[in-house]
Design a protein around this ligand. Structure first.
Ligand code: TYM
Length: 334
């Protein structure tokens, strides 16, 4: 049986990934490398929708590549690349923009949230077309599966719609992908606001646990996490969102079931539990932080490690793009 094609991406919009990115997406990426044909990209063009100092963006892109490798993304097993190294992403995005309805793009909830927060004057057109560039990222590689967190489901649905629309209108060029979302990890919540997802754009970072921060800071963040009324360690997302979020995090790192965790902490208080979760997280993140910093010591070597990745990505992307252009009636260069 031929291997399934998997594609996913992550934005270099922050100095460090956070626990939501790690548990909701990247941990799956590592697993999927073994038995699938995997493509992972750092989507630096998407990050331009947020104005960033150029030096900072450069550093964050490298830090993103380094973190992915430190977590276990292996450039020898998968195709790891930087989005802007493959021009076909922008080229296909334009084609897809021409078959996307204005209203359809305006219904994307992430766009609505972000543009409402920023107001019309601070919202750029790139933010509006963002999901269409994401659709191009996915369709170019004929992906079967897109491993992401729940917040990206709508963008993958749009990708499916656009792929199908193109296929029906012009020619069967695109494979139609499916989102791959692990239900229990699809939404890791903010430690201070356990009804909202942990997010890079949170107003305060006190509830956001970053992979590269120090053990002391991580412990402090868990110790001050918001918990719920009552004192039992029980999983109940509605009544105990804070404790349930901590149980999910514990389970993801320790590999223990929710039931086993509840039994282990029966009769113990919230304080003990928070400290235990913090210690498990610190222990797991420590080697990731150390390895990331080592990799960042030699930036040229880091880029060298993914050079083959962008060459391979370009070959596949160009092939799909030329099929698209030909289906549209655009004349080949000859
Ligand atoms: P980004 O960079 O915001 O996040 C990267 C991945 O982390 C997941 N994630 C979460 N999962 C669980 N709980 C959370 N609190 C949490 N926060 C983030 C996201 O769902 C995502 O999988 N638009 C994408 C980047 C992108 C992309 C693509 C993804 C661009 N092109 C093509 C897949 C395929 C984004 O902003 O992810």
């Amino acid at each position: 049986m031929s291997k399934k094609r998997v594609l996913s991406g992550i934005q270099p919009t922050h100095n460090s990934f956070h626990l939501g990115n790690y548990l909701g997406a990247i941990k799956q990426w590592v697993e999927l490398q073994k038995d699938n044909d995997t493509f992972y990209c750092v989507v630096d063009l998407h990050a331009l929708t947020i104005e960033t100092d150029p030096k900072l963006l450069e550093n964050r892109t490298l830090l993103s590549v380094a973190q992915l490798i430190a977590i276990g993304i292996d450039p020898k097993l998968c195709t790891l690349f930087i989005q802007s190294h493959v021009p076909a992403h922008n080229q296909l995005a334009w084609v897809l923009e021409c078959i996307t309805g204005f209203g359809e793009a305006g219904r994307m909830t992430q766009f609505k949230d972000k543009s409402q927060k920023g107001g019309a004057d601070r919202t750029n057109v790139g933010l509006f077309t963002y999901p269409i560039l994401q659709a191009a990222d996915i369709l170019l590689y004929q992906a079967d599966f897109v491993p992401v967190g729940e917040d990206q489901r709508q963008h993958v649905e749009l990708t499916r719609d656009l792929g199908q629309r193109f296929n029906n209108k012009y020619k069967e060029v695109f494979n139609i992908p499916q989102p791959q979302i692990i239900k229990s990890l699809a939404k890791i919540n903010d430690l201070q606001d356990p009804n909202s997802k942990m997010s890079k754009s949170a107003a305060s970072m006190t509830g956001v646990v970053e992979l590269l921060e120090s053990a002391d800071t991580i412990i402090k963040k868990f110790k001050s996490s918001v918990t719920d009324a009552g004192k039992e360690i029980k999983f109940n997302e509605k009544e105990k969102p804070g404790i349930s979020n901590l149980i999910t995090i514990h389970s993801a790192f320790s590999g223990k079931s929710i039931n086993d965790i509840e039994n282990e902490f029966a009769g113990k208080g919230y304080g003990d539990f928070k400290l235990q979760v913090a210690e498990i997280v610190v222990e797991a993140l420590n080697p990731i932080r150390t390895r990331t910093l080592e990799l960042m010591d030699d930036k040229a070597e880091l880029l060298n490690m993914i050079k083959l990745g962008s060459e391979k990505a370009n070959l596949i992307a160009e092939k799909t793009l030329s099929e698209v252009y030909s289906a549209l009636g655009l004349i080949a260069k000859g």
